[in-house]
Design a protein around this ligand. Structure first.
Ligand SMILES: Cc1cc2nc3c(=O)[nH]c(=O)nc-3n(C[C@H](O)[C@H](O)[C@H](O)COP(=O)(O)OP(=O)(O)OC[C@H]3O[C@@H](n4cnc5c(N)ncnc54)[C@H](O)[C@@H]3O)c2cc1C
Length: 437
C-alpha cells in the first residue's frame, strides 16, 4: 500500500469495501471493463449503482455525507403506499454490501473532472477517516464525549455528540466524528473509551484519483431556505416548521419517537395547518412547482390524523398538483372527515400568545380566515444542488439541462427536475443503459 494511503487511513476504508478477490480495490477499471463514477448516494445514485453493478460494471459511489440514503433516509412514510422508506433502502444496502463491483466512498466530494467519455480522470477530496472500520457502534465514545451540538439529521430539533452515529439506522452503522465541533486538540476522551482502537484523531484529508468511463450526477436536492420567508414568521416560534422537519417529527426514529408534539411545550399537537407553495411558484423565491410538496402534505396530514382521533389538519393550497397513483391518495384525503382542503394562498403567519395564527382568504367562499394552530408546516420546495463542474450546464433554476449534457456525462433523480421516488428509481434504472453504451 502506498505510504500516503497508510497515513490517511484510506487503506482501511478500502479494505472494508473489498470482498475477497473481487474487482473492488483499485482506482481504475481493468482493460475493456465498463466503469462509472456516481456522485450522490441518495435513492437515485444507489439505484443506478446496483443496476450498473449487476451488469458487471465497476461502480464508484461517492457520497459527501458519512451515510447513504439521501433525503429518503430522513423520511417517515412514503407516498403513495405509506410504507417505511427503510424497507426499500435496506434491500439496496444489502445489494451494495454483497456486490463485488461497488465501492462506496463516503465523506468525499469531487474536486475536479478532466478527460472525456471513456477516459475521465476524477479527483476526489476524501475527509479524514477519524473512525475506522474497526468501530462496532458500541457507543462508548459518544458516552464520554463532552461536546453536544444540534443534530443536523433532525434539522436541529435534537442534539447529538461531536462523535456519534449519523442516525440510528445509518448505513454503514459506524460512528462519525464531526471535526468542525470536536475539540480534538484538547480532548481525547473518545480515544481512551474505545475498546477497539477504532478512533484515530490524527487522520487527515486526502486526495484520490479515479479513472472511469462515465460520470453520473445524482446529487439530489435540499429544501428551500425558510429564512427567506419572513411573512411566515420563520424562526419566531418552535411551532412553525417546514415539511422536511415534519417528516422527522413523524418518524419512529425521530426527535419525538414519531409522536407529533408541539415543539414549544411538548404537548400533543391537535390542529395542524399546512401552507402549500411556501416560496414555490413565486418569482421572488422559486418560480417553479416542486412537484412533490402537495403529495407530501397530503401524506403528512394523513399520518398525523391517524395518530389520534382528535387530530385535525387543514391544507391551504393554490391548486393541488398530484399525478398518477397519487391521485387515489388525493381522493382518500378529500373524503377524510378530519382533513380540510382550503383553496386560498396564506398571506401570513403571525403569533398570538406565542401560538401560530394563519391569515388567508378562502378563494371559493371569499371569506377571510384567521385561525390558531398547534403547528404550522410550511411546504417549502426543492432546490437542486449540482456541483459546479465545467461542461455541466444548468438552467436558470439550477437544474441540469438534459439536452446539454456532454457525451459520457449523465444525471438522474432531482438533478433535472423535482420528482418523487418512483420516478427517480425508474429513471436511474434507465440511466444504466447510458453507462453500458
Ligand atoms: C417533504 C418531502 C416529502 C417527500 N416525501 C416523499 C414520499 O413520501 N414519496 C416519494 O416518492 N417522494 C417523496 N419526496 C421526494 C423525494 O425526497 C425525492 O424523490 C428523492 O429524495 C430523490 O432522490 P435523489 O437521490 O435524487 O436525491 P437525494 O435524496 O437528495 O440524494 C442525493 C444525495 O447526493 C448527495 N450529494 C449531494 N451533493 C453531493 C456532492 N457534491 N458530492 C457527493 N454527494 C453529494 C446528498 O448528500 C444525498 O445523499 C418528498 C420530498 C419532500 C420535499
Amino acid at each position: 500500500m502506498p505510504e500516503e494511503q497508510k497515513k490517511s487511513g484510506y487503506g482501511k476504508a478500502e479494505a472494508q469495501n473489498k470482498r475477497g478477490a473481487g474487482p473492488i480495490g483499485g482506482s481504475s477499471a481493468a482493460k475493456g471493463e465498463k466503469s462509472v463514477l456516481i456522485i450522490g448516494g441518495g435513492i437515485s445514485g444507489i439505484t443506478a449503482a446496483v443496476e450498473a453493478a449487476e451488469t458487471g460494471c465497476r461502480v464508484y459511489l461517492v457520497e459527501k455525507l458519512p451515510y447513504l440514503g439521501g433525503q429518503v433516509a430522513r423520511m417517515n412514510e412514503y407516498f403513495p403506499k405509506l410504507c417505511p422508506p427503510y424497507c426499500g433502502l435496506e434491500i439496496n444496502f444489502r445489494r451494495i454490501r454483497n456486490s463485488k463491483w461497488i465501492e462506496v466512498i463516503r465523506s468525499a466530494s469531487v474536486e475536479k473532472i478532466s478527460g472525456s467519455a471513456g477516459k475521465f480522470k476524477v479527483s476526489l477530496r476524501c475527509e479524514p477517516e477519524y473512525v475506522t472500520s474497526a468501530c462496532t457502534a458500541c457507543g462508548d465514545c459518544s458516552g464520554v464525549c463532552p461536546v453536544e451540538v444540534e443534530n443536523p439529521f433532525n434539522y436541529g430539533m435534537t442534539t447529538h455528540k461531536a462523535i456519534d452515529l449519523p442516525h440510528e439506522l445509518s448505513h454503514p452503522n459506524r460512528y462519525y466524528l464531526d471535526d468542525s465541533v470536536c475539540r480534538k486538540d484538547k480532548c481525547k476522551e473518545c480515544v481512551s473509551a474505545c475498546k477497539y482502537q477504532a478512533i484515530n484523531l490524527d487522520a487527515e484529508p486526502y486526495t484520490r484519483e479515479i479513472n472511469v468511463g462515465t460520470v453520473l450526477f445524482c446529487t439530489g436536492w435540499r429544501p428551500y431556505e425558510p429564512k427567506n420567508l419572513p411573512e411566515y414568521s420563520w424562526g419566531k416560534s418552535k411551532d412553525i416548521l417546514n415539511n422536511v422537519m415534519m417528516e422527522r417529527l413523524g418518524a419512529p426514529n425521530g426527535p419525538t419517537r414519531g409522536k407529533i408534539l408541539r415543539q414549544s411545550d411538548g404537548e400533543p399537537a391537535r390542529r395542524i395547518a399546512f401552507v402549500q407553495c411556501a416560496g414555490s411558484r413565486d418569482e421572488n423565491h422559486l418560480p417553479y412547482c416542486s412537484a412533490v410538496c402537495c403529495s407530501a402534505s397530503l401524506k403528512q396530514a394523513m399520518y398525523f390524523t391517524e395518530q389520534d382521533s382528535e387530530n385535525q389538519a387543514d391544507i391551504y393550497y393554490i391548486d393541488l398538483r398530484v399525478s398518477g397513483r397519487n391521485e387515489d391518495f388525493l381522493n382518500r384525503v378529500e373524503n377524510h372527515e378530519r382533513i380540510q382542503l382550503i383553496k386560498g394562498k396564506v398571506s401570513g403567519v403571525s403569533l398570538e400568545e406565542g401560538r401560530p395564527v394563519i391569515e388567508a382568504e378562502n378563494i371559493l367562499s371569499g371569506k377571510k380566515i384567521r385561525d390558531i394552530y398547534d403547528l404550522v408546516i410550511l411546504a417549502t420546495g426543492i432546490v437542486a444542488q449540482v456541483p459546479e463542474i465545467p461542461g455541466i450546464d444548468l438552467d436558470q433554476d439550477g437544474f441540469i439541462i438534459k439536452d446539454a449534457l456532454e457525451n459520457g456525462y449523465s444525471a438522474g433523480g432531482c438533478c433535472f427536475e423535482p420528482k418523487d421516488v418512483a420516478a427517480t428509481v425508474r429513471e436511474s434504472t434507465g440511466l444504466v443503459i447510458n453507462v453500458l453504451q
